[in-house]
Write a protein that binds this ligand. Structure first.
Ligand code: ARG
Length: 559
């Protein structure tokens, strides 16, 4: 149930919409005052009265009912008290019926959202820097699906560029088919690094020739390129599987090779293309941006050229409602330029393109950080997290059956949650101890709470039904209120492109539940209290599992 809208719809103020009122409604600093509060300062302009008077009048006009049982006006604020008995019954009933669908909606039905995320580079390391785009994009994918959108996950592969000429050159000189096949992406990367360390002018020119051969459709060069691509994708797909990540399209930069010319023609036609030092650019000085480079002086296309073609292709193919690019903030300018050029081309849908920018991830563990070109592979971070999770679980609960599977779920959850917990634009320092803490703001803590709820439920074999008219105590009411706000949280996360809202929500719900668990007897309670508490436990378990699932994280039954 969405209480903010429930309240807002009962308040009528000329020229102020229900939506605006709902947006203003907040949680009061202490719950003694009420469960929700509406500050009336914003209405002084339209109503030409003092906030105190406005609050007083709105209070008198407000129709209380069995959901909102009390309204008071204090210092220009309108405070609302929710009828806890009615709320508890309504929320628990809904969750127990809806189960894992609780919080879902069809708000997105008929709308398509494209999400460009992870977007790995062929033959380059899949490193810790790709963690955020992969898990933020993956979570948004699930959140939008949950809200009824048609979602298209796109891995805009970095599979275009002169580096592939270098790679072929290096392979021809030093490579061995079997070794590369076996070593996969690591072997390819070694060849590439070696080229960069050792290549002389002759090799550089050879590499340029190989790149030209790929471009001109030469069979051997293309076969080698496709092989490198396949080895890279086989490798990253293993990691995607672990992280619960899926894509609907792997159309990378190369896919747009033959789709750029029409865009260039259109730019010309619309008089947007100008020559500058032999290159073709779109001048963006009027918008305080450096020019967007379209063609280099040698006629080669650029990253931006391919993104222009990709945006047009996606609009034509998917007719998206929105197209998101989950890419690090280092590319802010790039996307501003691309979006502006599309706008100048008269694409009214340019307003539907969104750069979902995120901050950098670095490792606390200095020994593993990027040094001398040594990169931290995501694979190693995952491995280390799972190993550490195993050690912790083994120490805490040595008799746990299936320790390995549990460590996997816990370790992977920690990697994902660690990258998702903070507001996405923040730079974060990844610390193994922090993400694996049992009592921090972690997925481990949430998973442990689920195991606790599971254990309670497994000890009760009676059929429980939700009692009528049960008045919850403070701890129970807090859990109920949090449960009630799950749908709103998911919606907010989708509007702000912020999976962290769901992550924070899960921690908050787990904290409230644990407080209840410590303060209130469950299995040894009697009558209505016992039934109510068991229902509350079950509902909390559903919602916690569900919140984690939206982030791509599983929940072990026992821990
Ligand atoms: N492969 C690029 C990189 O690693 C990211 C691509 C993002 N998507 C896009 N449409 N430009 O920097």
């Amino acid at each position: 149930m969405d209480y903010k809208h429930y309240i807002a719809q009962k308040i009528k103020i000329d020229s102020v919409s229900e939506e605006e009122i709902a947006d203003l409604i907040a949680l009061p600093p202490n719950s003694e005052m009420g469960d929700y509060a509406l500050p009336c300062f914003r209405f002084t302009k339209v109503l030409r009265k003092s906030p105190v008077l406005i609050a007083e009048e709105l209070k008198n006009a407000f129709p209380t009912d069995n959901v909102i049982s009390e309204v008071s006006a204090v210092n220009g604020y309108l405070n609302f008290k929710i009828n806890k008995t009615g709320l508890a019954k309504a929320v628990l009933d809904k969750i127990l019926i809806d189960g894992e669908r609780y919080g879902s909606s069809d708000i997105g039905s008929g709308k398509t959202i494209c999400i460009d995320y992870s977007s790995v580079n062929i033959a380059k390391p899949f490193h810790i820097g790709h963690l955020s785009t992969t898990v933020i994009g993956g979570a948004l994918y699930k959140i939008y699906k949950f809200l009824g959108y048609n979602v298209v996950g796109i891995n805009h592969l970095g599979d275009y560029g002169t580096q592939f000429g270098k790679l072929i050159c290096a392979y021809k000189r030093w490579g061995d088919r079997e070794e590369v096949q076996k070593g996969g992406i690591h072997a390819i990367n070694d060849l590439y690094v070696r080229f960069n360390n050792e290549a002389d002018e002759a090799m550089e020119s050879e590499a340029r020739e190989y790149f030209r051969l790929i471009e001109s459709g030469d069979k051997e060069a293309n076969e080698l390129f496709e092989w490198f691509k396949e080895l890279t994708l086989d490798y990253v797909k293993e990691i995607y599987k672990k992280l619960n990540i899926t894509f609907d399209s792997y159309a990378g930069e190369r896919f747009y090779t033959d789709k750029m010319q029409p865009v260039i023609d259109e730019l010309k036609e619309k008089n947007l293309l100008v020559e500058s030092e032999g290159a073709q650019i779109v001048d963006l000085e009027a918008y305080d941006m450096p020019p967007c480079l379209i063609l280099r002086s040698d006629g080669a296309s650029l990253y931006a050229t391919r993104d222009l073609a990709a945006a047009c292709y996606r609009k034509k193919t998917y007719d998206f409602y929105k197209c998101l690019y989950v890419v690090a903030y280092q590319q802010n300018l790039h996307f501003k330029q691309v979006f502006k050029v599309l706008e100048l081309m008269g694409k009214e849908w340019a307003k539907d393109l969104v750069h979902v920018a995120y901050g950098m991830v670095s490792l606390e563990d200095g020994a593993m950080s990027t040094r001398k070109g040594k990169v931290v592979w995501l694979e190693d971070v995952i491995k280390k997290c799972v190993e550490k999770a195993y050690a912790i679980i083994n120490e805490k609960n040595p008799d746990l059956p299936d320790k390995e599977a549990t460590a996997n779920t816990v370790g992977l959850g920690a990697v994902i949650f660690g990258a998702l917990y903070n507001n996405k634009i923040k730079d974060i320092t990844f610390s193994y101890d922090k993400v694996l803490s049992f009592d921090g703001e972690t997925s481990v803590y949430v998973q442990y709470t689920c195991a606790r709820a599971n254990s309670v439920l497994s000890k009760c074999d009676e059929v429980v039904s939700l009692p009528d008219g049960y008045e919850p105590n403070i701890e129970e009411a807090e859990v109920i209120k949090t449960l009630a706000s799950f749908p709103e949280t998911v919606l907010d996360a989708s509007v702000k492109y912020e999976p962290s809202y769901v992550a924070r929500y899960a921690v908050e719900l787990a904290q409230k539940f644990n407080k209840f668990y410590i303060e209130c007897k469950i299995l040894t309670a009697e009558g209505d209290a016992k039934n109510f508490r068991l229902c509350l436990t079950k509902a909390t378990l559903y919602v916690l599992q569900n919140a984690l699932a939206l982030l791509g994280i599983g929940t072990p039954e026992k821990m």
